[in-house]
Design a protein around this ligand. Structure first.
Ligand SMILES: [Zn+2]
Length: 328
């Protein structure tokens, strides 16, 4: 119960906290019973268990709150299909099969729509988001500099998007599948890929669902922070990271960095753009990172260009290392 309370942003002192309803001024009346795994507020009389608290704080239904807890605490296989209950009647009476996902080729990047979405999201404020950024070595000012925003309510965001752009435009921008909804659920951070002041691509980091990353479907992943290349002098040190937070964290430490989202998204035409620089590859310390390292090594060897690698300890990525350095 105490873990869940702190996960939703309630700061306990012992087993007490100021109530989330905001009526406490002097003494805290929200109380957690660690023995019973429940909470109660002696001010407003509300009470419940861990699931009820998540429902209250995040405005979720019961199943959504269960999914949030599973996602947040890494409970594998706990994701409850939300559609099953609500659609059981129509499924039983309808023989229409679920519409297949649209072919990938029908999607194209939509900088105008992406920019609009990012502009209508707020700065990262929820503890879920700030905790994630801090753990990745990204201070609030740095997040702001890179335009990182939070999207708290994807259902509402979809409605607003649809009102302004229409369902078809959202779908062809790769942000919705066959359903009229964004492709992800729950609280998420959005990392915009900016070039010439427009947002060319988005990486969505979900913090409340079992799937972590979403990008516009059917759209090739561009290099993150590629506008940096035009600001660098030939021969300058340039780090090639595997993840967006890594590149941002490195930039925050004064190191020029771009990110390439995994070995499979590397495009040979990027080699040309990267040739002028003194390259350091920064793969994650895992199996995918090893694949990434090999991919970069091969691409540059083919052009007789040398590239060094800094590999973080196993199971860590560059931003873990930077975050530890910051906190040390
Ligand atoms: Zn209360």
């Amino acid at each position: 119960m105490a873990d869940v309370a702190s996960a939703v942003g309630i700061t306990l002192r012992g087993n007490k906290a100021m109530c989330f309803n905001g009526h406490d001024t002097a003494s805290p009346s929200f109380t957690v019973s660690k023995a019973r795994n429940t909470w109660r507020c002696f001010g407003c009389g509300e009470y419940g268990d861990a699931i009820a608290l998540v429902q209250k704080i995040h405005g979720l239904g019961f199943l959504e709150a269960c999914n949030w807890l599973c996602g947040h605490f890494g409970i594998i296989g706990g994701n409850v299909p939300l559609g099953r209950r609500t659609h059981s009647v129509s499924r039983a009476t309808s023989s229409r099969p679920a519409s297949p996902h649209p072919p990938a080729s029908s999607a194209s990047p939509d900088p105008e729509l992406y920019s609009w979405l990012v502009a209508h999201c707020g700065p990262v404020q929820a503890s879920l988001g700030t905790t994630y950024l801090e753990a990745h070595g990204i201070a609030p000012e740095l997040a702001h500099r890179f335009g990182v925003v939070e999207l708290v309510d994807p259902a509402r965001a979809y409605r607003e998007l649809e009102r302004h752009w229409g369902a078809e435009r959202i779908r062809s921008a790769g942000l919705s599948g066959s359903r009229r909804a964004l492709s992800w659920s729950g609280y998420a951070l959005i990392f915009p890929f900016k070039f010439d002041a427009t947002t060319q691509y988005l990486q969505v980091r979900c913090l409340q669902s079992s799937r972590k990353f979403f990008g516009p479907a059917g759209i090739p992943k561009p290099m993150f922070n590629n506008q940096r290349l035009s600001q660098l002098r030939p021969g300058s040190l340039l780090h090639i990271c595997e993840g967006v937070p890594d590149a941002i964290a490195m930039e925050g430490s004064g190191l020029a960095a771009v990110a390439i989202l995994g070995a499979t998204s590397f495009r040979s035409e990027w080699v040309e753009e990267l040739l002028p620089f003194d390259l350091v590859g920064v793969p994650d310390g895992d199996a995918a990172g090893e694949k990434f390292r090999k991919c970069l090594a091969n691409e540059f060897r083919a052009r007789s260009k040398s590239i060094r690698f800094v590999v973080p300890p196993e199971g860590m990525d560059a931003s873990d290392v930077i975050a530890r350095g910051m906190n040390a």
